[in-house]
Design a protein around this ligand. Structure first.
Ligand code: SF4
Length: 362
Protein backbone atom coordinates (compact mmCIF):
# COMPACT_ATOMS: atom_id res chain seq x y z
CA UNK A 1 0.00 0.00 0.00
CA UNK A 2 1.43 3.37 -0.92
CA UNK A 3 1.84 5.99 1.78
CA UNK A 4 0.04 9.31 1.57
CA UNK A 5 2.05 12.52 1.62
CA UNK A 6 1.65 13.12 5.33
CA UNK A 7 1.89 9.50 6.50
CA UNK A 8 5.43 9.41 5.19
CA UNK A 9 6.34 12.05 7.78
CA UNK A 10 4.57 10.17 10.57
CA UNK A 11 6.37 6.88 9.85
CA UNK A 12 6.95 5.13 13.25
CA UNK A 13 10.02 3.16 12.10
CA UNK A 14 11.71 6.24 10.70
CA UNK A 15 10.79 8.15 13.88
CA UNK A 16 12.30 5.41 16.06
CA UNK A 17 15.49 5.44 13.99
CA UNK A 18 15.77 9.21 14.35
CA UNK A 19 15.25 8.99 18.12
CA UNK A 20 17.99 6.34 18.32
CA UNK A 21 20.40 8.57 16.41
CA UNK A 22 19.56 11.58 18.57
CA UNK A 23 20.27 9.47 21.68
CA UNK A 24 23.51 8.21 20.20
CA UNK A 25 24.79 11.66 19.18
CA UNK A 26 23.55 13.67 22.16
CA UNK A 27 26.46 14.02 24.58
CA UNK A 28 26.20 17.34 26.36
CA UNK A 29 23.11 19.17 27.71
CA UNK A 30 21.36 21.26 25.08
CA UNK A 31 18.58 23.80 25.39
CA UNK A 32 16.55 23.85 22.20
CA UNK A 33 13.73 26.30 21.57
CA UNK A 34 10.78 25.62 19.30
CA UNK A 35 9.83 29.14 18.31
CA UNK A 36 6.35 28.43 17.01
CA UNK A 37 3.24 27.54 19.00
CA UNK A 38 2.20 24.96 16.37
CA UNK A 39 5.50 23.17 16.96
CA UNK A 40 4.89 23.30 20.72
CA UNK A 41 1.56 21.55 20.27
CA UNK A 42 2.94 19.01 17.78
CA UNK A 43 5.84 18.16 20.12
CA UNK A 44 3.42 17.50 22.98
CA UNK A 45 0.82 15.72 20.85
CA UNK A 46 3.35 13.27 19.41
CA UNK A 47 5.01 12.68 22.79
CA UNK A 48 8.37 13.80 21.47
CA UNK A 49 9.56 15.15 24.82
CA UNK A 50 9.12 11.72 26.38
CA UNK A 51 11.43 9.92 23.95
CA UNK A 52 14.31 12.39 24.00
CA UNK A 53 17.40 11.85 26.15
CA UNK A 54 17.65 13.82 29.42
CA UNK A 55 20.39 15.89 27.84
CA UNK A 56 17.86 17.74 25.66
CA UNK A 57 15.63 20.40 27.17
CA UNK A 58 12.90 21.75 24.91
CA UNK A 59 11.78 25.32 25.49
CA UNK A 60 8.76 27.06 24.04
CA UNK A 61 9.35 30.38 22.31
CA UNK A 62 7.45 33.58 21.53
CA UNK A 63 5.67 32.20 18.44
CA UNK A 64 2.11 32.05 19.74
CA UNK A 65 0.44 35.24 18.48
CA UNK A 66 -2.33 35.27 21.07
CA UNK A 67 0.16 34.72 23.93
CA UNK A 68 2.27 37.73 22.96
CA UNK A 69 -0.61 40.13 22.32
CA UNK A 70 -0.08 42.97 24.79
CA UNK A 71 -2.55 43.40 27.61
CA UNK A 72 -2.98 46.97 26.33
CA UNK A 73 -4.18 45.64 22.96
CA UNK A 74 -6.66 43.29 24.67
CA UNK A 75 -7.90 46.31 26.66
CA UNK A 76 -8.34 48.22 23.38
CA UNK A 77 -10.41 45.33 21.96
CA UNK A 78 -12.52 45.32 25.12
CA UNK A 79 -13.03 49.08 24.84
CA UNK A 80 -14.13 48.69 21.22
CA UNK A 81 -16.47 45.79 22.09
CA UNK A 82 -18.20 48.02 24.66
CA UNK A 83 -19.19 50.56 22.02
CA UNK A 84 -22.86 50.08 21.04
CA UNK A 85 -22.12 51.03 17.42
CA UNK A 86 -19.42 48.33 17.02
CA UNK A 87 -19.54 44.64 16.09
CA UNK A 88 -16.15 43.23 17.05
CA UNK A 89 -14.92 40.26 15.00
CA UNK A 90 -12.10 38.07 16.26
CA UNK A 91 -10.40 34.69 16.03
CA UNK A 92 -11.72 32.37 18.75
CA UNK A 93 -8.42 32.07 20.63
CA UNK A 94 -8.56 35.72 21.61
CA UNK A 95 -11.97 35.52 23.29
CA UNK A 96 -10.83 34.30 26.71
CA UNK A 97 -7.52 36.16 26.93
CA UNK A 98 -7.72 38.35 30.02
CA UNK A 99 -7.06 42.06 29.67
CA UNK A 100 -6.48 44.22 32.72
CA UNK A 101 -10.13 44.04 33.82
CA UNK A 102 -12.13 41.99 31.33
CA UNK A 103 -11.99 39.74 28.29
CA UNK A 104 -13.94 39.63 25.04
CA UNK A 105 -15.80 36.53 26.28
CA UNK A 106 -16.85 38.43 29.42
CA UNK A 107 -17.99 41.41 27.36
CA UNK A 108 -19.96 39.12 25.05
CA UNK A 109 -21.63 37.53 28.08
CA UNK A 110 -22.63 41.03 29.20
CA UNK A 111 -24.26 41.71 25.82
CA UNK A 112 -21.51 43.13 23.60
CA UNK A 113 -21.69 42.08 19.95
CA UNK A 114 -18.47 40.07 19.67
CA UNK A 115 -18.39 37.50 16.88
CA UNK A 116 -15.92 34.71 16.24
CA UNK A 117 -14.67 34.52 12.66
CA UNK A 118 -12.27 32.24 10.82
CA UNK A 119 -10.80 34.92 8.54
CA UNK A 120 -10.92 38.62 7.78
CA UNK A 121 -13.19 37.79 4.84
CA UNK A 122 -15.87 36.52 7.26
CA UNK A 123 -15.60 39.92 8.98
CA UNK A 124 -16.12 41.65 5.63
CA UNK A 125 -19.33 39.62 5.17
CA UNK A 126 -20.50 40.80 8.61
CA UNK A 127 -19.80 44.38 7.49
CA UNK A 128 -21.86 43.97 4.31
CA UNK A 129 -24.75 42.43 6.27
CA UNK A 130 -24.72 45.21 8.90
CA UNK A 131 -24.33 48.55 7.07
CA UNK A 132 -25.60 50.52 10.08
CA UNK A 133 -22.80 49.18 12.36
CA UNK A 134 -19.03 49.62 12.49
CA UNK A 135 -17.27 46.28 12.10
CA UNK A 136 -13.82 46.00 13.67
CA UNK A 137 -11.53 43.05 13.01
CA UNK A 138 -8.94 42.13 15.69
CA UNK A 139 -5.79 41.49 13.65
CA UNK A 140 -3.51 39.26 15.69
CA UNK A 141 -0.97 37.25 13.75
CA UNK A 142 2.52 36.73 12.42
CA UNK A 143 3.85 36.67 8.86
CA UNK A 144 1.68 33.59 8.18
CA UNK A 145 -1.56 35.51 8.71
CA UNK A 146 -0.67 39.11 7.86
CA UNK A 147 -0.78 38.74 4.03
CA UNK A 148 -4.37 37.43 4.21
CA UNK A 149 -5.32 40.32 6.50
CA UNK A 150 -3.72 42.71 4.01
CA UNK A 151 -5.73 41.03 1.23
CA UNK A 152 -8.93 41.60 3.24
CA UNK A 153 -8.09 45.30 3.69
CA UNK A 154 -7.42 45.73 -0.03
CA UNK A 155 -10.75 44.01 -0.74
CA UNK A 156 -12.59 46.32 1.67
CA UNK A 157 -11.05 49.33 -0.04
CA UNK A 158 -11.76 48.03 -3.56
CA UNK A 159 -15.39 47.25 -2.70
CA UNK A 160 -15.94 50.54 -0.86
CA UNK A 161 -16.87 48.85 2.43
CA UNK A 162 -16.68 51.93 4.64
CA UNK A 163 -18.07 50.49 7.88
CA UNK A 164 -15.06 48.20 8.31
CA UNK A 165 -11.74 48.68 10.08
CA UNK A 166 -8.86 46.67 11.53
CA UNK A 167 -7.06 47.08 14.85
CA UNK A 168 -3.61 45.69 14.19
CA UNK A 169 -1.61 43.87 16.84
CA UNK A 170 0.27 41.97 14.11
CA UNK A 171 3.86 41.04 14.81
CA UNK A 172 7.02 39.85 13.07
CA UNK A 173 9.00 36.82 14.20
CA UNK A 174 12.68 37.57 13.36
CA UNK A 175 12.92 40.75 15.53
CA UNK A 176 11.56 38.77 18.48
CA UNK A 177 14.32 36.16 18.12
CA UNK A 178 16.92 38.90 17.89
CA UNK A 179 15.52 40.55 21.04
CA UNK A 180 15.48 37.20 22.80
CA UNK A 181 19.18 36.70 22.18
CA UNK A 182 19.91 40.11 23.72
CA UNK A 183 18.06 39.23 26.93
CA UNK A 184 20.10 38.49 30.05
CA UNK A 185 19.88 34.88 31.15
CA UNK A 186 18.58 33.48 27.86
CA UNK A 187 20.69 30.48 26.85
CA UNK A 188 19.71 28.60 23.71
CA UNK A 189 21.76 26.02 21.83
CA UNK A 190 19.46 25.63 18.87
CA UNK A 191 16.29 26.91 17.29
CA UNK A 192 13.51 24.94 15.62
CA UNK A 193 12.34 27.74 13.33
CA UNK A 194 8.70 28.14 12.36
CA UNK A 195 7.70 26.36 9.16
CA UNK A 196 4.53 28.37 8.48
CA UNK A 197 6.22 31.75 8.93
CA UNK A 198 9.12 30.64 6.73
CA UNK A 199 6.70 29.74 3.91
CA UNK A 200 6.15 33.51 3.62
CA UNK A 201 9.50 34.95 4.72
CA UNK A 202 11.89 32.29 3.43
CA UNK A 203 14.65 31.06 5.75
CA UNK A 204 16.80 34.11 4.94
CA UNK A 205 14.61 36.27 7.18
CA UNK A 206 16.43 34.60 10.08
CA UNK A 207 19.90 35.01 8.54
CA UNK A 208 20.82 38.33 10.28
CA UNK A 209 20.21 36.80 13.73
CA UNK A 210 22.00 33.63 12.73
CA UNK A 211 25.02 35.54 11.41
CA UNK A 212 25.22 37.58 14.61
CA UNK A 213 24.76 34.84 17.20
CA UNK A 214 25.81 31.68 15.28
CA UNK A 215 23.24 29.48 16.98
CA UNK A 216 22.21 26.35 15.03
CA UNK A 217 18.80 26.88 13.45
CA UNK A 218 16.57 24.56 11.41
CA UNK A 219 13.33 25.42 9.61
CA UNK A 220 11.08 22.40 9.73
CA UNK A 221 7.53 21.07 9.40
CA UNK A 222 5.07 19.79 11.95
CA UNK A 223 5.06 16.00 11.62
CA UNK A 224 7.10 13.80 14.00
CA UNK A 225 9.71 12.95 11.37
CA UNK A 226 10.13 16.66 10.54
CA UNK A 227 10.64 17.59 14.18
CA UNK A 228 12.94 14.67 15.02
CA UNK A 229 15.01 15.31 11.92
CA UNK A 230 15.42 18.97 12.97
CA UNK A 231 16.42 17.90 16.48
CA UNK A 232 19.02 15.49 15.10
CA UNK A 233 20.45 18.26 12.90
CA UNK A 234 20.67 20.59 15.90
CA UNK A 235 22.37 17.93 18.03
CA UNK A 236 24.85 17.20 15.23
CA UNK A 237 25.60 20.87 14.61
CA UNK A 238 26.28 21.38 18.30
CA UNK A 239 28.49 18.30 18.44
CA UNK A 240 30.55 19.42 15.47
CA UNK A 241 30.47 23.08 16.56
CA UNK A 242 29.46 23.94 13.01
CA UNK A 243 26.30 26.01 13.31
CA UNK A 244 24.14 26.40 10.22
CA UNK A 245 20.81 27.86 9.21
CA UNK A 246 19.10 24.98 7.41
CA UNK A 247 15.84 24.66 5.52
CA UNK A 248 14.70 21.13 6.37
CA UNK A 249 11.17 21.83 5.11
CA UNK A 250 11.76 22.30 1.37
CA UNK A 251 8.44 20.62 0.50
CA UNK A 252 6.71 23.78 1.79
CA UNK A 253 9.38 26.47 2.20
CA UNK A 254 11.04 27.90 -0.90
CA UNK A 255 14.38 29.67 -0.45
CA UNK A 256 12.74 32.94 -1.53
CA UNK A 257 9.65 32.37 0.61
CA UNK A 258 6.51 33.81 -0.98
CA UNK A 259 7.43 37.21 -2.51
CA UNK A 260 3.84 37.89 -3.65
CA UNK A 261 2.48 37.46 -0.13
CA UNK A 262 5.23 39.71 1.24
CA UNK A 263 4.45 42.35 -1.40
CA UNK A 264 0.76 42.46 -0.38
CA UNK A 265 1.76 42.61 3.28
CA UNK A 266 4.18 45.50 2.63
CA UNK A 267 1.65 47.34 0.46
CA UNK A 268 -0.77 47.63 3.37
CA UNK A 269 1.41 47.50 6.50
CA UNK A 270 4.66 49.04 7.64
CA UNK A 271 6.98 48.17 10.51
CA UNK A 272 6.63 49.84 13.89
CA UNK A 273 7.78 49.18 17.43
CA UNK A 274 5.45 46.75 19.21
CA UNK A 275 4.70 45.71 22.74
CA UNK A 276 4.97 41.96 23.37
CA UNK A 277 3.11 40.67 26.39
CA UNK A 278 5.44 39.80 29.22
CA UNK A 279 8.46 40.65 27.09
CA UNK A 280 8.19 44.40 26.46
CA UNK A 281 8.79 46.70 23.54
CA UNK A 282 10.66 45.26 20.56
CA UNK A 283 11.78 47.74 17.88
CA UNK A 284 10.35 47.22 14.38
CA UNK A 285 8.55 44.04 15.41
CA UNK A 286 4.99 45.21 14.74
CA UNK A 287 3.01 45.80 11.55
CA UNK A 288 0.71 48.86 11.52
CA UNK A 289 -1.43 50.18 8.69
CA UNK A 290 0.23 52.61 6.31
CA UNK A 291 -1.18 56.17 6.09
CA UNK A 292 -2.80 55.30 2.75
CA UNK A 293 -5.12 52.95 4.67
CA UNK A 294 -5.89 55.29 7.60
CA UNK A 295 -9.65 55.04 7.02
CA UNK A 296 -9.52 51.28 7.76
CA UNK A 297 -7.30 51.71 10.80
CA UNK A 298 -9.46 51.28 13.92
CA UNK A 299 -6.69 52.75 16.07
CA UNK A 300 -7.19 56.06 14.23
CA UNK A 301 -10.92 55.78 13.48
CA UNK A 302 -11.94 55.43 17.11
CA UNK A 303 -10.94 57.34 20.19
CA UNK A 304 -8.94 54.65 21.99
CA UNK A 305 -6.81 55.67 24.91
CA UNK A 306 -5.64 52.85 27.12
CA UNK A 307 -3.73 53.50 30.34
CA UNK A 308 -0.71 51.37 31.24
CA UNK A 309 -1.71 48.61 33.65
CA UNK A 310 0.39 45.98 35.41
CA UNK A 311 0.25 42.42 34.09
CA UNK A 312 -1.42 39.81 36.32
CA UNK A 313 0.61 39.25 39.48
CA UNK A 314 2.39 35.92 39.48
CA UNK A 315 1.95 35.16 35.76
CA UNK A 316 5.29 34.10 34.26
CA UNK A 317 4.12 34.03 30.63
CA UNK A 318 6.88 36.41 29.53
CA UNK A 319 9.62 34.28 31.08
CA UNK A 320 8.11 31.11 29.61
CA UNK A 321 7.98 32.67 26.13
CA UNK A 322 11.68 33.57 26.45
CA UNK A 323 12.69 30.09 27.55
CA UNK A 324 13.59 31.23 31.06
CA UNK A 325 10.97 29.08 32.82
CA UNK A 326 8.79 26.03 32.24
CA UNK A 327 5.03 26.38 32.76
CA UNK A 328 5.11 24.12 35.81
CA UNK A 329 7.61 26.52 37.41
CA UNK A 330 4.93 29.23 37.52
CA UNK A 331 3.44 29.26 41.00
CA UNK A 332 -0.08 29.75 39.59
CA UNK A 333 0.11 26.78 37.20
CA UNK A 334 -2.71 24.28 37.83
CA UNK A 335 -3.67 26.23 40.96
CA UNK A 336 -5.07 29.70 40.29
CA UNK A 337 -4.47 29.25 36.54
CA UNK A 338 -6.20 26.52 34.53
CA UNK A 339 -7.74 26.40 31.03
CA UNK A 340 -11.17 27.03 32.60
CA UNK A 341 -9.90 30.01 34.64
CA UNK A 342 -6.79 31.25 32.82
CA UNK A 343 -4.74 33.99 34.44
CA UNK A 344 -2.44 34.59 31.47
CA UNK A 345 -2.69 34.13 27.71
CA UNK A 346 -0.28 31.16 27.63
CA UNK A 347 -3.03 29.12 29.29
CA UNK A 348 -5.73 30.33 26.87
CA UNK A 349 -4.40 29.85 23.39
CA UNK A 350 -4.58 26.41 21.82
CA UNK A 351 -0.90 27.05 20.94
CA UNK A 352 0.08 28.36 24.38
CA UNK A 353 2.89 26.60 26.23
CA UNK A 354 0.96 26.47 29.52
CA UNK A 355 -2.16 25.08 27.82
CA UNK A 356 -0.05 22.42 26.08
CA UNK A 357 1.73 21.51 29.31
CA UNK A 358 -1.59 21.28 31.13
CA UNK A 359 -3.19 19.12 28.46
CA UNK A 360 -0.35 16.70 27.83
CA UNK A 361 1.94 16.59 30.89
CA UNK A 362 1.43 14.00 33.55
S1 SF4 B 1 0.39 29.04 34.25
FE1 SF4 B 1 -1.00 30.76 33.93
S2 SF4 B 1 -0.27 32.34 35.28
FE2 SF4 B 1 1.41 30.88 35.01
S3 SF4 B 1 2.57 31.63 33.27
FE3 SF4 B 1 1.08 30.23 32.47
S4 SF4 B 1 -0.62 31.53 31.87
FE4 SF4 B 1 0.65 32.76 33.27
Amino acid sequence: MSLTYNQEFKDPELSKALVARIREKSARPLRIMEVCGTHTMAIFRYGIRSVLPDTITLLSGPGCPVCVTAQKDIDAYVMLARRPDVILTTFGDLMKVPGSGSSLAAEKAKGADVRMVYSIFDALSVAKENPDKEIVFCAVGFETTIPTIAGGILTAKAQGINNFSVYSANKLTPPALAALMETDGVEIDGFILPGHVSVITGPDAFAPSFEKYRIPAVVTGFEPVDILKALLMLVEQNASQAPRLVNAYPRAVADAGNPKARAIMDQVFEKADALWRGIGNIPDSGMVLRDLFHEVDAARKFDISIPDTPEPAGCDCGQILMGLKRPDQCRLYKKACTPIHPVGPCMVSSEGACAAFYKYSR
